[in-house]
Design a protein around this ligand. Structure first.
Ligand code: ADP
Length: 376
């Protein structure tokens, strides 16, 4: 039996390192896991130790041919999967100002992995890539053009690997050409984003310069009036760092309801908890607003797909997001929506003009395939 080639996929955060060993050709995942609490008491002291701990956990690498690194922000110029060299590292480092919470840990991961696995090609895959070609109308903020250009302020979009993968899988599931479908993808995890995709090309997405814009998330605010930031800075005496931390870590569902896990949130809503109910209501209000906006942008929508932790598992969120929209062409089938299935599946009724799907995302496989395509 000839061993299939494999790719080690690394997703390095500030305090955690997720890894997977994937066969890009068959799609089989032969190992995966996470090393957490890097730099904490009880966890590995640094990223190099974390990577070595991950290696200790991986029993089988198969025929390892490359290492794929998830890099959150590719800025204006980096969007193709790119073999890592010193110039690329320097470029990603420059972009750290655009993604201070995300790019520095990814860089650490790249540097450590190159040191530990010097003989393999390392490939950076950017979370912004799929949205590089957003139409100008969706990519621009309506702010002073000179300032925007000088500082590369535009809407980049994130979770691109997932939106692209899921939209392709939806076409495959429906046995329809990708080019023929207008799609809305709702990636609802801890981070959450929506996209409108026309014939395989992104038309809009909810995240912007940073992964803070758009939907209400586990701990991130999503859309706020920019005046809120100015007001808090000027009047409340909050520093820029305090405002950033609040918007990223103490906002969203947690900020309103004290909770990020939707199973707990539902339980508390059912028990009559007013904070949990407000958090859920604000979350859903924003989600429905984006669905409506994207229906209008697309003109004709063929398919709406839920993915990621909440989207794949939470039938209540899916029902509440799309209930009462028959006049817009959306009718869920409650039995299908509530069913125990876990794979790609249809949850709309057979007569619903718009098909609604659940498709599990697989960013590791998509990254592994992107790597394989670069190294040939
Ligand atoms: P990320 O990759 O952004 O960290 P995930 O896509 O793994 O996040 O999603 C994590 C979220 O999924 C959790 O916050 C949790 O609320 C939600 N989740 C996971 N399983 C379930 C479930 N069975 N029911 C409802 N929500 C779930």
């Amino acid at each position: 039996m000839s061993a299939d080639r494999t790719v080690l996929v690394l997703n390095c955060g500030s305090s955690s390192l997720k890894y997977a060993v994937v066969e890009p050709d068959s799609g089989r995942q032969i190992a995966d896991g996470v090393v957490e609490r890097i730099g904490d008491a009880g966890g590995p002291p640094d990223h190099e130790a974390a990577l070595r701990a991950a290696f200790d956990q991986i029993a089988d690498y198969g025929d390892l041919v490359a290492v794929g690194h998830r890099v959150v922000h590719g800025g204006p110029d980096l969007y193709q999967p790119t073999v890592v060299d010193d110039a690329l590292i320097a470029r990603v480092r420059e972009l750290s100002a655009l993604a201070p919470l995300h790019n520095p840990p990814a860089l650490l991961g790249i540097e450590v992995a190159r040191k530990v696995l010097p003989d393999l090609p390392h490939v950076a895959v950017f979370d912004t890539a799929f949205f590089h070609d957003l139409p100008a109308a969706a990519a621009h903020y309506a702010i002073d053009r000179d300032v925007a250009e000088r500082w590369h302020v535009r809407r980049y979009g994130f979770h691109g690997t997932s939106h692209q993968y899921v939209s392709e899988q939806a076409a495959e599931f429906l046995e329809a050409p990708l080019e023929s479908l207008n799609q809305i993808v709702l990636h609802l995890g801890n981070g959450a984003s929506a996209s409108a995709i026309a014939g395989g090309r992104p038309l809009d997405t909810s995240m912007g310069l940073t992964p803070m814009e758009g939907l209400v998330m586990g701990t991130r605010s999503g859309d706020v009036d920019p005046g809120v930031l100015v007001y808090l800075w000027r009047e409340a005496g909050m520093s820029v760092d305090e405002i950033e931390t609040m918007l990223n870590k103490r906002s969203g569902v947690r900020g309103l309801g004290g909770e990020t896990d939707f199973r707990e949130l539902h339980a508390r809503v059912d028990a009559g908890d007013a904070d949990a109910k407000l958090a859920y209501d604000v979350y859903l209000h924003r989600l429905r607003k984006y669905v409506g906006a994207y229906l209008a942008l697309l003109g004709r929508t063929d398919v709406i797909t839920f993915t990621a932790g909440v989207g794949e598992n939470d039938a209540i969120v899916r029902r509440d997001a799309l209930s009462g929209l028959l006049t817009l062409g959306i009718e869920l089938d409650d039995d299908r929506n509530d069913g125990p299935e876990r794979g790609p599946r249809r949850i709309s009724s057979d007569s619903s003009p718009i098909t609604v799907l659940v498709i599990p995302t697989d960013e590791e496989l998509a990254i592994a395939r992107a790597c394989a395509s670069v190294i040939g």
